[in-house]
Design a protein around this ligand. Structure first.
Ligand SMILES: NC(=O)c1ccc[n+]([C@@H]2O[C@H](COP(=O)([O-])OP(=O)(O)OC[C@H]3O[C@@H](n4cnc5c(N)ncnc54)[C@H](OP(=O)(O)O)[C@@H]3O)[C@@H](O)[C@H]2O)c1
Length: 314
């Protein structure tokens, strides 16, 4: 069947923005449901986009908003919960997918794409983030006989507006001499956001992807230390990256867990205990070397301009 009307949950976020613009560019009609309309200001310029402010945790809202949809895409996810007991992760990664699939089933929506995470396993993953992601994915695939479902499980995703590289860039700017790095040994295969968006878009009508859980990685692997060094170098910084022994990393996580915004948590530490690299799955083509020097170069230029403005009192 031809898929025309698509509802995206989490469409205002980093991946959602790239995916919505790709799908709008292909002439699809997109509905994005958001907690706050102003989270979607940057999407308003896209053609054929309908922004709805509503509570996606309300089953009735989902039932109403999915009427007439050919596909639903779930991108909602969190890296940290406000609470400290796993309830926040369960609400977003398990309860929400269950409600989404029930609402899709009720409305006879034929196609669902879901965003999981590499290493997500309901039983054996080391963190709440990964375990709940795994359980949510299982709920999605429990509907496999009734709805055509596909889930994607990426390593870390990078792009100009990502939070991974940008968060590192922000911290490195504040610690220009040396930076003690937790879990410096963990390996990643960073995958480019436009490659991920392309994969979602092309899966919509690809019957061979029905029922599959697909791991997504970039073409190369790096340790966290190598990534931090790469980011620093491209920002023109000479920051020395010092691997933090696990015992100190855990103490750091316990403290940062209680800092507003949770810059690092015990759950993040546990997630970082497994390498985020692909054994199977799809290796997407774009390297960080072909994207980050340009985007980080802009940041370097920006900080030079900021300094000059400060000196000129402007
Ligand atoms: N970025 C990565 O490196 C990476 C790697 C692996 C997997 N993933 C997964 O990919 C998905 C998208 O990631 P992203 O980086 O694009 O995330 P993001 O930028 O943080 O966007 C997440 C979206 O989820 C919605 N959301 C967040 N908390 C919510 C809540 N409590 N209730 C309802 N909606 C909520 C937000 O929508 P509104 O604010 O509009 O309501 C937002 O648009 C997530 O499932 C994530 O776990 C990401």
């Amino acid at each position: 069947m031809s898929i025309k009307n698509i509802c995206i949950l989490g469409g205002s976020g980093f991946v959602g923005t790239h995916l919505a613009s790709q799908l709008c560019g292909e002439g699809k009609s997109i509905r994005v449901i958001t907690r706050r309309r102003d989270h979607c200001n940057h999407l308003m310029v896209l053609p054929n986009i309908d922004i709805i402010e509503a509570n996606i945790h309300d089953q009735q809202v989902l039932e109403q908003q999915f009427k007439g949809m050919d596909a639903v895409i779930n991108l909602v996810g969190i890296l940290n919960e406000r609470q400290h007991n796993g309830d926040g992760f369960r609400q977003i990664h398990i309860e929400l997918p269950r409600k989404i699939l029930n609402a899709c089933h009720h409305n006879k929506v034929p196609r669902v794409l879901h965003m999981g995470a590499l290493n997500a396993d309901a039983n054996s993953s080391p963190s709440n983030y990964l375990r709940t992601k795994g359980e949510g994915e299982n709920h999605i695939h429990a509907f496999a006989g009734k709805i055509n479902v596909t889930s994607f499980r990426p390593s870390v995703i990078f792009g100009e507006d990502d939070s991974f590289v940008n968060r590192f860039a922000g911290i490195l700017k504040m610690t220009p001499l040396m930076f003690p790095l937790a879990c410096s040994y963990t390996r990643f295969a960073p995958v480019y956001v436009n490659d991920v968006a392309h994969q979602f878009a092309s899966a919509l009508e690809d019957k061979t992807s029905y029922g599959k859980r697909i791991d997504l990685c970039g073409p190369k692997e790096y340790t966290l230390k190598q990534l931090a060094e790469y980011i620093a170098t491209n920002m023109g910084l000479k920051t020395k990256i010092i691997p933090l022994p696990d015992i100190f990393a855990q103490i750091q996580a316990h403290i940062f867990e209680w800092v507003p915004g949770k810059p690092f948590s015990l759950d993040n530490f546990q997630t970082l205990q497994v390498d985020s690299i692909c054994q199977n799955g799809i290796r997407m083509p774009t390297t960080i070397e072909s994207i980050l020097p340009y985007t980080l170069g802009n940041k370097k230029q920006q900080s030079i301009l900021d300094k000059q403005r400060q000196q000129a009192c402007r």
